[in-house]
Design a protein around this ligand. Structure first.
Ligand code: PHE
Length: 357
């Protein structure tokens, strides 16, 4: 067996492999390429030329060579892993006290939560969900709802009008951003003859200042129930059920007479102030009550405008503001906080639900 060059090479290679443990950085990379590089690495070349050796020599020499290659690989893997370790980081001068990067997990906006909860309570007692467009005509938003043509709410002062004519087939009149969700009462009744029970969530728009208690855009949830023999008692019972489910089973409620062109009689419902529980505080202006919605029996003229026989059918409707209700529930003093998307505020209200890891 020709000892010769083969085995002498192996000693040199073994030494160089051993020396890998002492090398770092660029020197380590260079030696890795010199030994194991795919084109001209020393070990690679030797392995490739094994075929030229006589069988016997190929076996013994090849086995030793392979052992060295495996050893070199394992030294390299070990060194690479070690460079990821804490010691290595410290050696590089990393500041291990620096806070980690935050990963954000989405959380529901408080108003979205309130809307979902309210809608769920009504779904639980047989209401369906209906939606309508935010761009409306004067007819749906005002006239079909029994507003007289010169009603002050139709003034540019309160309503945001669009500078465009209504689409073909729509009733004549100016286009506007709906000022309430009540036009969807009209759309619903025209499409689905009674009996009908729906809740209608959506955004509404008014030409209002953006201040702690007003916003030009806010949400409403409309409710509508029309059937034979529906009375004010049904309205009261349903809304009290809602208040007890949404706030607290012991929450006190009261109804005060009010006025809306599309309901007769009309009322506003108050719930016991959620912050002071009736004893009087700045949030409820010392009254112990907070108004949460307007409601009433659907005006017969509204039913007739939708082609519903007002002799046979009666109904009730309500409209509430989830932005306002979220303010009451979470004790938020300024509506703008609910519309500006400031993460510091949302994170605090969501109880840090938005922060991962
Ligand atoms: N649309 C009324 C408002 O925006 C609320 C309302 C709805 C009142 C339904 C009565 C019935 O103020």
């Amino acid at each position: 067996m020709s000892q010769g060059r083969g085995y002498a090479d192996l000693d040199e290679i073994a030494q160089r492999v051993e020396r890998l443990t002492t090398l770092e950085g660029k020197a380590l990379e260079a030696e890795e390429i010199a030994l194991l590089g795919r084109k001209s690495g020393l070990i690679t070349a030797k392995l490739k030329s094994l075929v030229k050796l006589p069988l016997e020599e190929r076996r013994t020499y090849g086995a030793k060579l392979n052992e060295l290659k495996v050893k070199a690989d394992s030294i390299l893997v070990h060194k690479r892993t070690a460079t990821l370790g804490v010691d290595a980081l410290l050696l590089r001068g990393a500041d291990l006290t620096m806070p980690g990067r935050r990963r954000w997990i989405g959380a529901e906006h408080p108003v979205t939560k309130v809307v979902d909860e309210i809608v769920d309570i009504f779904r639980g007692i047989g209401f369906a969900v209906a939606l309508g467009p935010e761009v409306e005509t004067e007819w749906y938003n005002f006239l079909a709802l029994n507003f007289p043509a010169d009603h002050p709410a139709m003034d540019m002062h309160d309503t945001l009008y669009l500078d465009a004519p209504p689409a073909e087939g729509e009733p004549a009149g100016r286009l506007l951003l709906r000022t309430h969700t009540s036009p969807v009462q009209i759309r619903t009744l025209m499409e689905w003859p009674p009996p009908v029970r729906v809740v209608i969530p959506g955004m509404v728009y008014r030409n209002d200042a953006f201040d702690p208690s007003h916003s030009p855009a806010f949400s409403q949830i409309e409710g509508l129930a029309v059937d034979e023999g529906i009375s004010f008692v049904d309205l009261k019972a349903t809304l009290i059920h809602f208040a007890h489910r949404f706030f607290d089973p012991a929450t006190k409620t009261r109804f005060r007479p009010s006025f809306f062109p599309f309901t007769e009689p009309s009322a506003e419902m108050d719930v016991e102030c959620q912050l002071c529980h009736g004893s009087g505080c700045p949030a409820c202006k010392g009254t112990g009550w907070m108004e949460i919605l307007g409601c009433g029996m659907v005006h017969p003229a509204v039913l007739e405008n939708c082609g519903v026989d007002s002799e046979r059918y009666t109904g009730w409707a309500f409209g509430m503001g989830p932005h306002r209700i979220a303010m009451l529930r979470y004790g938020i003093p300024d509506i703008r906080l609910l519309l500006e998307g400031d993460m510091r505020f949302l994170e605090a209200v969501a109880g840090h639900a938005g922060e991962g890891e």
